[in-house]
Design a protein around this ligand. Sequence first.
Ligand SMILES: [Zn+2]
Length: 264
Amino acid sequence: MYQLIALPSFTDNYIWLLEHTPTATCLVVDPGTAEPVKAWLSQHPKVQLTNILITHHHPDHIGGISELKQLTGAQVYGPSSEKIPARDIALHGGEQLTPLHGLTCQVLAVPGHTLGHIAYLISDGAQAPWLFCGDSLFSGGCGRLFEGTPEQMHHSLTQLSALPDNTLVCCAHEYTASNLRFAAAVEPDNPALAQRIVEVQRLRAANLPTLPSTIALERATNPFLRSDSAQIRKKIDEWQASKNQPKSSNHNAFALLRQWKNEF
Ligand SMILES: [Zn+2]
């Protein structure tokens, strides 16, 4: 009844489109440009765009809003503390929405990449839920800390990590292959990670998206959800020793991991 479509945009972004086939309505998430959405809508002339969901204020997530709003009259949802063009409904996390027929949507505050960053957990009560998480949790990684602290991001990711195993992780960039290169350096003996790298290579060779991922897969392979792992701790210590930095305490393993990834 619901169909999820990844519309590639720019060099490595995805604009997610969720369609409810019986009512011929759809929503899009983070249209950084209007073109791919307009192209899809012109190929599906009966389908109406009713909702535009925005996770954060970066230009590659908001650039297409005004044009799509003007064209379709769709309602625009976005974080209350960030500048979002044509926003109708301001959100700060904790709200419950009903974006399309039969769907419930939980808004989650996930600061770190930006301070107002939110994610949308959407469910029809039957299929696996969809998590639209922008640039907070990535497949195999996480967003850079442009505005928030490592503690904020760690808290946000811990919250996402606790979602049901089958939750479909619909993040906004095709970064999986490069993220997994870092993950392999950080946790070389993780068998689930080794298996995933093979699968991701297969998908990319066929020019297919590596998304959506699942929360279970992220929990098993994403180093930013695994900073408690003994091997990751040991590798962080080795990395610090190679830079002549003092050894880490448990408290800042996540922050060090993010710093290591920035320099990787
Ligand atoms: Zn961003």
